[in-house]
Write a protein that binds this ligand. Structure first.
Ligand SMILES: [Zn+2]
Ligand SMILES: [Zn+2]
Length: 338
């Protein structure tokens, strides 16, 4: 009998269980799947969200959905990627391709989607097996550790801005200057928007100023300053899952402004009905982006126009780095380099 192939992976043992680096079985790619040898994978805040869920669709579960690597083999029926191709593994592992949303460019909202590092094993592993359907081509010139954060953080940040539908010259306040926020700020500037950054961390606000934010404000009082001194914002994007930040964002937009919610948590925010109705405020959720958005963020990084701020770590450090992420101590994005 053949001995099973093994890989080393960041594994969530059980719902709310410990996160460990351990050996796990490596299956052969099945129909529609590709095997990918990873170069790098980012650590996303959603890892903590998944690790905190009471129920998991799959346990033990290999986490990770910001993987950059090279295809080593493909299963039956896979035509659009080949061994040797450099690809990205994102949270959107597969979609049905047939529902209304899939047919109209909104496949990220497909109710039958499968997700890397959640309903399927993810990319925080030396070798991954993933559906080939949504693997994205990654430019050869782009360093893997810089490309990794684009597969979720960059994509999501860019998608939130396109969801806000702003024109050049309009203003946007970005709440949360972490892994997503520092990229959202760069995209907003590239798209010609006027930018305000808000965070609770003075260090992250200093980074926002370095990146060219016109205004950088403590999150607790940002709305008052943005209304009084800047006449309110055309849009506010909330990248944290913090209800107080949602409140500040809601209060920072001008009449007919848009609030885009991105950060996930189990907390709740009570929508003020009078202001929402009489000021015509739009509150929208946003999740990932379109495939074209993902290609755009990879291009902007390959061209040196937007640069993710990353710290690089060995696989064994992943559990400790996730703990620091929980405490808000990671500047930019932490990336595991294999
Ligand atoms: Zn993510
Ligand atoms: Zn669908």
């Amino acid at each position: 009998m053949l001995s099973a192939m093994l890989r080393h992976a960041v594994v969530l043992a059980s719902p709310r269980g410990p996160v460990r680096v351990e050996a796990a079985a490596l299956p052969e790619p099945g129909p529609g799947e590709a095997a990918v040898r990873l170069e790098a994978c980012g650590l996303c805040h959603s890892e903590l969200f998944v690790a905190g869920l009471e129920k998991l669709p799959l346990a033990p579960l290999i986490l990770g959905h910001e993987g950059i690597g090279r295809v080593t083999s493909v299963g039956p029926g896979v035509e659009h990627v080949r061994p040797g191709d450099r690809v990205g593994i994102t949270f959107l592992a597969s979609t049905c391709g047939a529902c209304d949303l899939c047919r109209h460019g909104l496949e990220r909202y497909c109710p039958r989607q499968r997700n890397a590092g959640y309903t399927l094993h993810g990319a925080l592993t030396t070798e991954a097996v993933a559906p080939a359907q949504h693997l994205v081509r990654v430019p050869e010139a782009l360093d893997a550790s810089l490309a990794a954060p684009l597969c979720c953080a960059g994509w999501t940040a860019y998608g939130a801005l396109t969801t806000a539908s702003l024109r050049p010259g309009q203003s946007v306040a970005i709440f949360g200057m972490g892994g997503l926020g520092h990229l959202a700020l760069q995209y907003a500037r590239h798209l010609g928007m006027r930018t305000a950054a808000a965070d609770v961390s003075p260090e992250k606000l200093a980074h926002a100023r370095e990146l060219g934010a016109e205004v950088a404000l403590p999150a607790e009082t940002a709305s008052r300053t943005l209304q009084k001194e800047h006449g309110g914002m055309d849009a506010a994007i909330v990248l944290t899952g913090n209800a107080a930040a949602v409140e500040q964002a809601f209060r920072s937009v001008k009449r007919t402004g848009t609030v885009v919610l991105v950060g996930l948590s189990s907390s709740q925010y009570q929508l003020p009905l009078v202001d929402t109705v009489l000021k015509g405020i739009c509150v929208r959720g946003s999740y990932l982006g379109t495939r074209a958005d993902l290609e755009a963020v990879l291009h902007l990084a390959a061209a040196g126009i937007v640069r993710p701020r990353v710290s690089r770590h060995a696989l064994e450090e992943a559990p400790a780095v996730l703990e620091r992420l929980r405490l808000g101590q990671i500047p930019g994005r932490a990336v595991i380099v294999f």
